[in-house]
Design a protein around this ligand. Structure first.
Ligand SMILES: O=C(O)c1cc(=O)[nH]c(=O)n1[C@@H]1O[C@H](COP(=O)(O)O)[C@@H](O)[C@H]1O
Length: 230
């Protein structure tokens, strides 16, 4: 996998989404993330439509359920020819293994979400009552995902070197919570710029609002790619 800038398509309707995509040249090979907001509205036909237009698809469903349910869901998604799928690492060893088994025979990479980038140390300790330092919690979940067959994890770029240390240099580290210097942080807590994410060894970055909620989304994308590919 070369190192993509993945665009998070968190739009309220498909018209807005297609208008956004039409800003890009036809031959631009975008990697698009379809998350819960759009999947709940438009389901698999939307995924299939974008796949048929030649886009790479990261299906971000963040599955988190008992192993049997996750395996059966993944068996279905395995037929969809998407490039990436997420589960929550906190679903546990057996659930991660079941997800991987469900995807068997497909090209879909299984990524496990560690600690959401919208949660900082304070939320971890006080709301979730996890008695660990955030970076230790993230590396613990990353190791759990690695040991149980995931192809990689989702974490903040800030944790990538520690994750690669406890897993393998080839274990994929995909980083959301990316904010160019001028962008608003919003609800994200553990953020990095595209340049920092690159320097820290991320294999891909996920960017939503700094590209989708600005007047010239294509220009924002091009600038982020420049910073990322420098
Ligand atoms: O799994 C994800 O993609 C994800 C995990 C995480 O820890 N944090 C996170 O922000 N994301 C997703 O990455 C995208 C970030 O969007 P922006 O904050 O708008 O750039 C959203 O679609 C989130 O659902």
């Amino acid at each position: 996998m070369n190192k993509p800038v993945i665009v998070a398509l968190d739009f309220a309707d498909d018209f807005e989404c297609i208008n956004f995509l039409n800003q890009f040249p036809k031959d631009e090979k975008l990697f698009l993330k379809i998350g819960l907001e759009m999947f709940c509205q438009f389901g698999y036909p939307f995924v299939r439509n974008l796949r048929e237009r030649g886009y790479n698809i990261f299906l971000d469903l963040k599955l988190h359920d008992i192993p049997n349910t996750v395996r059966r869901t993944c068996e279905m998604i395995a037929k969809w020819d998407v490039q990436m799928l997420t589960v929550h690492a906190s679903g546990g060893a057996e659930m991660i293994e079941a997800a991987k088994a469900g995807l068997d025979g497909s090209q879909t990479k299984l990524l496990a979400v560690t600690q959401l980038t919208s949660l900082g140390q304070n939320e971890l300790a006080n709301e979730l009552q996890v008695p660990l330092k955030s970076q230790d919690y993230v590396t613990h979940l990353a190791k759990l995902a690695f040991d149980n067959g995931a192809d990689g994890v989702i974490s903040s770029a800030l944790e990538v070197p520690m994750i690669k240390d406890v897993t393998s240099p080839d274990f994929l580290c995909v980083a959301p919570g990316i904010r160019p210097k001028s962008a608003q942080v919003g609800d994200q807590k553990r953020v990095a710029t595209p340049a920092q994410a690159k320097e820290l060894g991320s294999d891909a970055i996920v960017v939503g609002r700094p590209i989708t909620q600005v007047s010239d989304g294509h220009l924002a994308y091009v600038n982020i790619c420049k910073e990322w590919n420098k």
